[in-house]
Design a binder for this molecule. Structure first.
Ligand code: GLA
Ligand code: ZN
Length: 692
């Protein structure tokens, strides 16, 4: 990855600090402005320096059409600046004033049944409506013009958690126009791509097409897929319209929008190029099952890595997390002592340059009044949660050297939204919500690296594979144009590719490849996948290593859920199925291709096998490790480096003390640089940041 920087500057060059703070709603407290002074006092005590303001403030900023009230925001911006703090200033479009819905019903979203919403809740505007776009651009421009020279303005926060879809007439027209462009105005091309000969679904013209609907068309997979692509495209167009006046008026202020991890509704890779910095909202259910704390931590690590990868390794923002509990999970458990610090610094370990919360202060009324906050209803700083937050704030101050640093992993795991959409829509394997397990399988493979302290990027198939030593592409069912060629070139040039069952079945329109799976990847993987068996929960097969196999692994490992029946066509067989009518047929193969190799794991394998397999590969490929040490189960090591100095985050995601033998002497940054040699002792949930 030679052309990528070794390190990045801070998010805003004028403010070289970790950002620490949260969603701040002073407009809910305009009747008691003395609270605002309390907020400033408490903000300093909590070591907070960045407040996200204005996220749902449209009614406070424009109480009647064309009448603006910026006075309260002026006061808040001034107060923040006076404290040396900064504003992550939001555009208010995540919810809209009542007068707007009343006067312009077209701004209200229409659901898949074609029912228009009433005014209410949030995140429910039509993203096509010209009126909404015009109103958005107006208020955004006014905000930019008013605060462009304000010392508190640091980052733009566009809207809030974009998501959902609208099926109104405006959106239907926009969808049809999008399809016309995609298929060059040729309805026959669309008919072919969607395979509409099936069930007499052939269209005569683009005008006949509607968005998928529960009571209408919903079984043409190319149609469903194109609709999802359109929703991403149109949401992105809306976001670009929001951004335009901000870029024009404040060209140097970085722009972000808060994303939602692996939220299925939007392909974030398409939105990332419009943003200067990625941010995301992270709400894990910590302590749901304490025997699995570390497994959840590994899953969250995957998403942090995805967010870092979305801009090629550039540090991201943890825009929201809760200081204690949320209020919307089935069980809203408190973070146990130590977990707030650990989970906050976990984000930093994976590349976040901020720790931010929802929310700064608990609201008095409405649906989020019992959501965790830095400042409780009691109103003072003498709470457990406040002290936890202040502790994280002072930790971040000790880590300033880490700011802007990143990691350049040897491993990329492919997690591709369009592939996910196609897999989820396929009527095959096992049906039902979540039964196909694409995301879980990606995370299972990731976990094998997490356990070894091997950093990973999480990329989609449209990113470059160059610079990685190992590309892991689980369940790569859909191969978009050029992907097979690029993966083949990657392997031919010496790279290692790892694939699994359900790879190379369809093209970008969800049309099956003819001539045998894995389609255009057949030559590089060197197999033909003839059938795929889905197992019931009680069923099990085994993956048995051949004696003297080249991995040096032995024994029989569990295969459940999906077993693909494959034939080696050039590949060597490393392990075979242990039972059933396909006993003895290949279950794990390797193919030499050019200077590299492609491995294929044909069955849904137990974690132990993935761990053993990738440990072997890691050794052979000398993959970059965060720390040259043996990590006990549940201990994570993550690396950030600026190219010279290495920062190793050692985190104990277990409920017991753990010890890690160190390969040298390190300065322990959170312990004021005390030297740690030979061994790091980690209390339950402890984190250490070692500098070398
Ligand atoms: C989301 C939203 C916030 C808030 C939190 C609660 O992330 O962006 O406004 O509702 O959830 O956890
Ligand atoms: Zn609409």
């Amino acid at each position: 990855m030679s052309n990528k920087p070794a390190s990045y500057g801070p998010i805003h060059p004028d403010y070289p600090k970790f950002l620490h703070g949260g969603d701040y709603n002073p407009d809910q407290w305009y009747r008691t402005p003395e609270i605002w002074d309390q907020d400033m006092r408490l903000m300093n005590l909590a070591h907070c320096n960045a407040m996200s303001v204005g996220i749902f403030s449209w009614a406070a900023l424009e109480p009647e059409e064309g009448r603006y009230e910026f006075g309260w925001l002026d006061t808040i911006m001034d107060k923040l600046a006076a404290e040396g703090a900064r504003a992550v200033l939001a555009t208010p479009t995540g919810s809209r004033p009542a007068w707007m819905s009343e006067k312009y019903p077209e701004v209200l979203r229409v659901d898949a049944y074609r029912h228009r919403n009433l005014h209410g809740t949030r995140h429910n505007h039509c993203y096509t409506s010209p009126v909404y776009r015009e109103k958005t651009q107006k208020i955004n421009r006014l905000l930019a013009e008013r605060y462009k020279d304000h010392p508190a303005l640091l980052v733009w926060h566009i809207s809030n958690e974009f998501g959902g879809e609208c099926h109104c007439d405006l959106c239907q027209d926009a969808f049809r126009s999008w399809l016309r462009r995609r298929y060059n105005n040729r309805i026959d091309d669309l008919n072919l791509a969607w395979w509409t000969g099936f069930w007499a679904h052939t269209f005569n013209s683009f005008d006949q097409i509607e968005s998928p609907a529960p009571h209408g068309e919903n079984c043409v997979h190319g149609h469903n897929l194109d609709w999802k692509r359109f929703v991403t495209w149109q949401t992105n167009e809306f976001m670009k319209a929001e951004i335009a006046p901000l870029r024009e008026v404040t060209p140097t202020v970085p722009i972000t929008t808060n994303m939602m991890g692996t939220y299925p509704g939007l392909d974030y890779w398409k939105m990332a190029p419009e943003l200067d910095v990625i941010s995301w909202d992270n709400y894990p259910s910590w302590h749901r099952d304490t025997s699995k704390t570390w497994e959840l931590a590994a899953d969250i690590a995957f998403v942090h890595d995805l967010n870092r990868s979305l801009k090629g390794g550039k540090p991201f923002m943890l825009m929201e997390s809760t200081p204690s509990q949320v209020n919307w999970q089935p069980v809203n458990k408190l973070k146990r002592p130590g977990m707030h610090r650990l989970s906050s610094l976990q984000a930093v370990a994976h590349g976040s340059d901020t720790v931010q919360y929802f929310q700064w202060r608990k609201s008095r009324g409405a649906s989020e009044k019992f959501h965790g906050a830095v400042v409780d209803h009691v109103g003072h700083e003498h709470t457990r949660v406040f002290q936890d937050v202040a502790g994280v704030g002072s930790d971040l101050e000790k880590l300033s050297a880490v700011l802007g640093s990143t990691v350049r992993p040897d491993v990329a795991i492919v997690y591709d939204w369009e592939n996910r959409w196609a897999i989820d829509d396929a009527q095959a394997l096992r049906n039902g919500n979540g039964e196909k397990k694409y995301e879980e399988v990606c995370k299972d493979h990731y976990r094998a690296f997490w356990r070894q302290g091997i950093p990973c990027d999480i990329i989609d198939t449209e990113q470059s594979f160059e610079g990685y030593r190992l590309v892991v592409a689980p369940m790569l069912y859909m191969l978009k144009p050029g992907v097979a060629e690029r993966l083949s070139a990657f392997v031919a040039a010496g790279g290692t590719l790892a694939t699994t069952f359900f790879t190379g079945y369809v093209d970008q329109s969800d049309l099956c490849f003819l001539g045998g799976f894995p389609g255009p990847l057949k030559p590089v993987i060197g197999i033909w996948a003839e059938e795929i068996d889905a197992l019931y929960n009680a069923d099990e097969n085994g993956i048995r290593f051949a004696p003297g196999n080249e991995l040096g692994l032995s024994g029989t490992w569990k295969a459940t859920r999906f077993c693909e029946i494959i034939h080696a066509e050039g590949a060597r067989v490393v392990a075979t199925y242990a039972s059933d009518f396909y006993a003895g047929q290949p279950a794990l193969t390797v193919n030499d291709f050019g200077k590299g190799q492609a491995w294929h794991m044909a069955a849904y394998a137990e974690q132990g096998l993935l761990d053993a397999f990738y440990t072997e590969l890691a050794g052979r490929l000398s993959l970059l490790r965060s720390l040259d040490a043996v990590l006990p189960e549940g201990v994570s090591a993550q690396l950030r480096t600026d190219g010279t100095t290495r920062f190793v985050f050692l985190m104990n995601f277990t409920e017991t003390e753990q010890r890690v033998a160190l390969p040298g002497a390190f300065a322990d940054l959170l312990a004021d640089g005390a030297v740690l040699a030979e061994e790091a002792v980690l209390a339950p949930y402890a984190v250490r940041v070692l500098q070398a």
